[in-house]
Write a protein that binds this ligand. Sequence first.
Ligand code: SF4
Ligand code: SF4
Length: 252
Amino acid sequence: MAAPPYHDEILRSVAEDVRATLAGELGPQPLAALIDEVFTLNDTLTAALDAKEPAALRRLPVCRPGCDSCCRLHVVFVTPAEALRIADHVRTTRTPAEVEALIAALREVAPRVAEMTVKERAEARIPCPLLDAHGACSVHPARPLLCRAYNSCDLAACLTAFGAGDPDTKLPCNANQAVVGKTLFAALVLGGGAGRDLGPLELIHGVLTALTAEDATNRWLLGESVFSTEHARVSREAAEGWEVFVAREANR
Ligand code: SF4
Ligand code: SF4
């Protein structure tokens, strides 16, 4: 999918806002509030870009709660900040016993997926541990940007890809939603990584660390090494590319 011309402008502006906020230059703001602002921006920008298109050309996603084959087919990457936001959401919306049950589920799945490739994950169709019993995302308000970006206008194409265990099928989709979500994800990597763990993290390992590492949010913000890309093969393989991306973009 070709990136539209606003891609670069949004990336730079949001990355700078994230960097300045995390550096305290814009006044105190909890990390969760910053990430929620990015999520709100994601929805606002997507809607604004959709509204600029003629109604006849607008592509409407058919995604809905309970339609979960994408959450079983794909590896999801998150930034450390997103993993921490999910952990915060879990702690504030679940009982201690429910939090422990989720940690146990994550611990059970993490070693199974650790050395899998993207293709092997798709073939294994391992459900995201954050799916609820009805096939809906149990952390929907805090779900990752790449989950927000992923969408489809053709459920049959999703089911065909799922049946084939094919993570590379190109789905007809709302391009604005896809590009905005990916752009903001990149902005979090670029703006949030200065002196801190950069990610990108495989979702299951990232959330498990965010839930179990002591005082994870404050330590990550202070630049301590909390998250590791070493836990998952896909993270190790992606990490080098993200370091190159950040080095290149930081020097432009
Ligand atoms: S991407 Fe496909 S499988 Fe996922 S929610 Fe949308 S329509 Fe359903
Ligand atoms: S975080 Fe939510 S939307 Fe993303 S893969 Fe998991 S269940 Fe699906």
